[in-house]
Design a protein around this ligand. Structure first.
Ligand code: COI
Length: 324
């Protein structure tokens, strides 16, 4: 069997070689992104492996089907960039991967600390030799109540890591994880928004939770609270976020993702005009730390992502099923 691997980065290639040997699969490297124009490059492939930078549309899926592609694996947790419904209708299997939740969980905790300890203004001022203590006094994470929205694999690790700091931890999820009962108090989202000093998002992006954090939620939050988003930009109404930050209702934000970041992040746009007004505003706010969707990016995760993508293709070809 052969897997067509789209959009691989140089740092993924040692793992592609390693795990294609382990799972005895052929590999066809397709150095471009999967778009309508590059579908035909998957000729001869039984499966394709992709990432999130382009949308796999119904038209593309029809063409992959004609080429004989049976399974599409995204080397990511999120799969909202694939028309899964259409794939199901035409009988193409779709699978995502899991990877160590610690990469994103540790990054979320790092963003909390960076916002609470004012690292952005400290660094900007240090660069200009302003070493004064004015306006950079921080807050202790251990003094905070942290509200975790979503206690899947990543949310659980955030809770466990925060427990080490001694925070009070609230969580909201329609599916409660009893294993967390010693360290987390489950509450309704309204209570979480009302009582948390930090709200951190760990849910998938889907139609139901598009802009789940909107002006109504910012209204309910504590004045001076901090929002952390390492999940998906679409969970937050960005205009409402900017209003809440500019009015002082929100005390800061740590954003590894922003709505509309898909066509911007992972590209070198130095000296170019980036078409994203909200991102430009957020970039300039001293209490907003922005990172370009890199929370996942550790050596451990990259190995997991490649291994699980190749493994799922190999398993699908054996059993015609996707199981994780
Ligand atoms: C995911 O795995 O869903 C991520 O967010 C990381 C990815 C975009 C590389």
């Amino acid at each position: 069997m052969t897997i067509g691997v789209y959009s691989s980065r140089p740092d993924e290639r040692e793992f592609i070689e390693k795990f294609s040997n382990v799972y005895e699969t052929g590999i066809k490297m397709i150095h471009e992104d999967p778009v309508l124009e590059t579908v035909e490059q998957a000729a001869g492939c039984d499966c394709i492996s992709i990432i999130t930078n382009t949308f796999i549309t119904a038209e593309m899926l029809d063409r992959y089907k004609k080429l004989g592609v049976r399974f599409i694996s995204t080397r990511t947790v999120g799969f909202e960039h694939i028309d899964v419904e259409h794939a199901k209708q035409i009988g193409i299997g779709v699978g995502n991967v899991t990877y160590t939740p610690d990469s994103v969980a540790e990054f979320a905790v790092m963003l909390m600390l960076m916002v609470l300890r004012n690292t952005k203004p400290i660094e900007a001022r240090r660069a200009g030799q302003d070493y004064a203590l004015t306006m950079v006094r921080g807050r202790l994470l251990s003094d905070m109540t942290v509200g975790i929205m979503g206690t899947g694999r990543i949310g659980v690790r955030v809770a466990e890591q925060l427990a080490g700091f001694g925070c009070r931890i609230l969580a909201a999820d329609s599916c409660r994880n009893e294993a967390l009962s010693e360290i987390v108090q489950y509450v309704e989202p309204e209570i979480l928004y009302r009582d948390s000093d930090i709200v951190t998002l760990h849910m998938p992006s889907n139609k139901e939770n598009f802009h789940v954090i909107d002006s109504r939620v910012f209204e309910q939050m504590k004045t001076g609270a901090v929002l952390i988003n390492t999940a998906r930009g679409e969970l937050v109404d960005t205009k409402a976020l900017i209003e809440a930050l500019e009015s002082g209702k929100l005390g800061g934000a740590g954003l590894d993702v922003i709505e509309g970041d898909r066509l911007i992040y992972y590209r070198d746009l130095k000296c170019e005009i980036v078409p994203h007004h909200e991102m430009a505003i957020l970039n300039f706010l001293p209490n907003v730390v922005i990172t370009p969707h890199m929370a996942f990016y550790t050596d451990h995760s990259v190995s997991d992502m490649v291994e699980n993508s190749i493994r799922s293709c190999a398993e699908y070809m054996k059993s015609n099923k996707f199981k994780f």
